[in-house]
Design a protein around this ligand. Structure first.
Ligand code: PEP
Length: 255
């Protein structure tokens, strides 16, 4: 499976700033063939702008969507609107959406299935809080979030390349402290087991990305780990230069 290096720009960048960073990444990929896939989750307002940047192995996505075709859902956007901007992916279940916007597993599962049904590929984010980890609930939390996010029977037949999981321990997001290799490896191992029990042998082919304070300096030690098939990068993806450094490392670990 191809390593995925993904960027989550959250609520950063105007349209022109996003287009500029995406253009730098696209130019780099155009000149330097990389073995990994690169994905950028941009803010809604910039989706059309970033999607104009094309390069081998580069794709774009939105950070959220609402599970309806259209209608009275003020402030929301549909999968069709994302596809119409030229983007193919969406994130679901990011811990900021779970915590700040009170999204629960049932709703995240509904969004995941709706996005897939309507032609998007989905990266489901899961991860435990520090309290849950300290209370010994790592497996229970990951399993609940994974099975909730992937609950719809529609997913039984989905192509593995249209789905990915990002393990993002909440305590490592934006804190500058990434998970220790042994902690990341334990969590990724649990997620792999749960994916296999949910999808059978196809569970072996779904990429599991690590996210949470990834930087160029710690990318290699994370990508070396069993069942780490890519990285989801927040802060360190905002500057093209540091994101490109991570892409270069990701290309070395393409399997
Ligand atoms: C994220 O929130 O998806 C993330 C990975 O953030 P950071 O890299 O800034 O911790």
């Amino acid at each position: 499976m191809k390593t995925i290096i993904a960027a989550n720009w959250k609520m950063h960048k105007t349209r022109s700033e996003a287009a500029q960073t995406a253009a730098s990444v696209a130019t780099f990929l155009g000149k330097n063939p990389m073995q990994c896939s690169v994905l950028i989750f941009a803010p809604f307002t910039a989706l059309g702008d970033v999607a104009e940047q094309t390069a081998p192995n580069l794709a774009f996505g939105a950070q959220n969507m609402y599970p309806a075709d259209h209608g009275a859902y003020t402030g929301e956007i549909s999968p069709d609107m994302i596809l119409d901007c030229g983007c193919q992916w969406v994130l679901t279940g990011h811990s900021e959406r779970r915590r700040i916007f009170r999204e629960d597993d049932a709703f995240i599962g509904k969004k995941t299935a709706f996005a897939l049904r309507n032609g998007l590929s989905v990266m489901l984010c899961i991860g435990e809080t520090l309290e849950e980890r300290r209370a010994g609930q790592l497996r229970a939390v990951l399993s609940r979030q994974l099975l909730g996010g992937f609950a719809d029977p529609l997913l039984n037949d989905v192509q593995p390349d249209r789905l990915a999981v990002a393990y993002e321990p909440v305590w490592a997001i934006g804190t500058g402290v990434s998970a220790k290799p042994e902690d990341a490896m334990e969590a990724h191992g649990i997620i792999r087991e749960e994916l296999i029990s949910r999808f059978g042998s196809k569970g072996q082919d779904l990429p599991i990305l690590y996210g949470g304070s990834v930087k160029p300096e710690n990318s290699e030690e994370l990508l070396k780990l069993d069942n780490v098939n890519g990285l989801l990068v927040g802060g360190a993806s905002l500057e093209a230069e540091s994101f490109i450094r991570i892409i270069r490392i990701g290309s070395e670990y393409a399997s």
